[in-house]
Ligand binder design. Structure first.
Ligand code: C2E
Ligand code: MG
Ligand code: MG
Length: 435
């Protein structure tokens, strides 16, 4: 496997194909989640894995095909003399299959999958540069489609790739220009009605487009390697805000932040949190981390170690969007978590369908038996709240109470809330929240 010094070979292949009226396929291969392997098992093991991948790829193609490493965990394969573009699909599937068997590295069984994009000469591009660019765009499409798959390039992919690229650049600028904001959505204790915490939700105040929601830019930030920087900012900003609030009636109102998988699986994740807590002089118990099932079930043993350290430091830990991913119940028992958040889709459909209502009460039962608190997300109606209360749900969050608010608006909201709950419900509950 050479570097793509083989560019010349590639160019020659295109010339030959032109003469013989053949096609040439260019495949861009990117390993899925290679960074996580590299970070968790170390660079030597990462390199060994790359060598195994390279030899598997080499063995799966013909001698006349070129396999080149582009650097990092990216490979390019050139298939000259292609009769039909469908043949490229067969080779692509063969390559993905060849990668599938587990690789044992120093006693760790690692499964590698890859995402693969294909562009074909002369239909998709007429030179090496454009073929590579288009195969790369198709590879991103395969990644977004859920990885371990391949995509052929289409012209609208270029449009999307350009948009993603300009979004990536805009996100980099946004970090430098401090265009992100955290808004805070209160969480309510169902029994007392008091505010007992808030979830920090990131917003991007774009100079021209206004407020952009995380659903739009977080996936791109994850795909383009910007999520760790953004995630760091979120934790730092939340801690800074907690420090400010510690001198107001909102003191000790815990703030939850959402984490991305790549961010959580960074080697120095715990150290970063510890540093931020220390520099801002806040208590670890004011900070809650929301993790999804897919974050914690990936490398569950490693997750237990990390969560245990965070738990010992005093952070609150919760599982977000519970019920939408896959959880191993035996692991669920072993994670030192405090709360389970029922995904808002279940809450939304609780009255439309009996099965969903049963799922909700099942999740509440499961959480209780594991001695975790249960939070319902996306509560929009009093009717939903009543049913959740009847089923024993502990906390609720949703538009029924409030959307996410800018910090100053949350302060006003909480102060009013404390007053109303003090009048209409047990005043001690409000007192314990705001000593
Ligand atoms: P999530 O953590 O499950 O957050 C809940 C989402 O539901 C928020 O959307 C919130 O505004 C919305 N929501 C709250 N109450 C209701 C309701 O009653 N009805 C409806 N229909 N929706 C409600 P948002 O702020 O757009 O965030 C979407 C997702 O983006 C979050 O889902 C989270 O996964 C992600 N996200 C937000 N902030 C961050 C962040 O700082 N870092 C990372 N990695 N992800 C974030
Ligand atoms: Mg959340
Ligand atoms: Mg959620």
């Amino acid at each position: 496997v050479g570097e793509l010094r083989d560019r010349e070979t590639f160019e020659l292949a295109l010339k030959a194909a032109e003469r013989s009226a053949c096609q040439v396929a260019c495949m861009f291969i990117d390993l899925d989640r290679f960074k996580a392997v590299n970070d968790s098992l170390g660079h030597d093991i990462g390199d060994e894995l790359l060598r195994t991948v390279a030899s598997r790829l080499r063995a799966a193609v013909r001698d006349e095909d070129t396999v080149a490493r582009m650097g990092g965990d990216e490979f390019v394969i050139v298939l000259p003399n292609l009769r039909h573009s469908e043949d490229a699909a067969k080779v692509a599937q063969k390559l993905l299959d060849a990668l599938m068997p587990g690789v044992t590295l120093e006693g760790h069984e690692v499964i590698v999958t890859a995402s693969l994009g294909i562009s074909v000469f002369p239909d998709d591009a007429s030179d090496v540069h454009d073929l590579l660019r288009n195969a790369d765009a198709a590879m991103y499409e395969a990644k977004s489609a859920g990885r371990n798959t391949f995509y052929f390039y289409t012209s609208d992919m270029n449009q999307r790739a350009l948009e993603a690229l300009s979004m990536e650049n805009a996100l980099r600028r946004a970090l430098a220009r401090r265009e992100f904001e955290l808004h805070y959505q209160p969480k309510i204790d169902i029994a007392s009605g008091a505010a007992i915490g808030a979830e920090a939700l990131i917003r991007w105040r774009h100079p021209e487009k206004g407020l952009i929601s995380p659903g739009v830019f977080i996936p791109i930030a994850e795909e383009r390697g910007l999520i760790t920087a953004i995630g760091h900012w979120v934790i730092e900003e939340a801690a800074r805000q907690l420090a400010l609030w510690s001198r107001t009636p909102l003191r000790s109102l815990p703030v939850a932040v959402n984490l991305s998988s790549i961010q959580f699986h960074q080697k120095d994740f715990v150290e970063h949190i510890a540093r931020v807590i220390e520099t801002n002089d806040v208590s670890a118990s004011w900070l809650e981390l929301e993790l999804t099932e897919s974050i914690i079930m990936r490398d569950a043993e490693g997750t237990i170690r990390v969560l245990t350290r965070l738990h010992d430091m005093g952070l609150l830990l919760s599982i977000d969007d519970f019920g939408t991913g896959y959880s191993s119940l035996s692991y669920l028992r072993r994670f030192p978590i405090d709360k389970i958040k029922i995904d808002q889709s279940f809450v939304r459909e609780m009255f439309d369908d009996d099965d969903t209502a049963r799922i909700v009460s099942g999740i509440i039962g499961l959480a209780k038996s594991l001695k975790h608190k249960v939070v319902a997300e996306g509560v929009e109606t009093a009717q939903q709240l009543e049913l959740l209360r009847a089923q024993g749900c502990d906390e609720a969050q949703g538009y029924l109470f409030s959307p996410a608010l800018a910090p100053a608006a949350l302060e006003t909201w909480v102060q009013q809330r404390t007053l109303t709950t003090a009048i209409t419900r047990d005043p001690r509950a409000a007192k314990t929240t705001f000593p």
